[in-house]
Design a binder for this molecule. Sequence first.
Ligand code: 0X9
Ligand code: ZN
Ligand code: ZN
Length: 305
Amino acid sequence: TFGWTKYNSLAEIYAWLDDILAAYPTITESFIVGQSYEGRTIRGIKISYKSNNPGVLIESNIHAREWITSATATWLINEFLTSTDELVRDLAENHDWYIVPVLNVDGFVYTHEKDRMWRKTRQPSEISSCIGADPNRNYDSHWMENEGASSNPCAEDYGGPKPFSEPEIQAMSEFVISIKDKINVLLAFHSYSQLLLSPYGHTKEEFPPNFDDMMEVAKAYGDAVESLPYGTVYRYGSAAGILYPASGATIDWAYNEQGVEISYTIEFRDTGRYGFILPPVHIIPNAEEALIGIAALLEKCKDLG
Ligand code: 0X9
Ligand code: ZN
Ligand code: ZN
């Protein structure tokens, strides 16, 4: 059964999504991003209380083993629909939410059934017996540049044989393009390290034109998280600047090629003690941090205009 005291399977998440859609038929809408290599449906939910809201797109679990991301995304969906807290109601009702809880569906199922530490997609390579590409290196933006991805099919950060070679990423790119006039902010959920990462990923020599604004926005997220009693601290900067070069990532493609001016990677808990195998007791505290952080981030965006 579905819940936030444990991690849920894809089947459990999708069954829960159906329950939610049935319970809130006027506020929610189901959408399909596309099909995975193994033929699974990549699903999403739109939450909209009124027209002309700014749009926020949440991409989650692009990396298969990062289970805290879909746990957090589903908890946020539930809060947006059920919370009576003033801050949450404002946040929920004054934005249109497009949430894809599990983008890398094949990899996610594989982490549940075969290998908990799987990261990539599950599409076989034509030049190697190694399977899958790093979906967060597969977008068509500075693809494979500056050592931001590997050309070795066995590497964890293999960029794939060409941009958008992975059906999940091709589908996601088409979905983003189809709604891009409606979205102002894109948040890509990852774990772990407790970081807010802005573009650019492909170079640390240059910074985006609105970098100062993006850092203010990131600081607002971090400050909000620190206002909770958990003692969790987030650091922030450009992806290449404070982490490592990573080209072909979602947020860089959305920012560079699609004009989504506020695009962040959020790396959730923890800082390495448990890493990807984060115990389920962290799910709700992590999700509370995400909620208050995202509220502050969007508020700061509004202030900056
Ligand atoms: O390497 C990644 O794809 C992300 N880190 S993770 O440990 N979750 O794999 C960071 C991506 C951030 N980089 C860019 N946005 N370019
Ligand atoms: Zn380039
Ligand atoms: Zn990741």
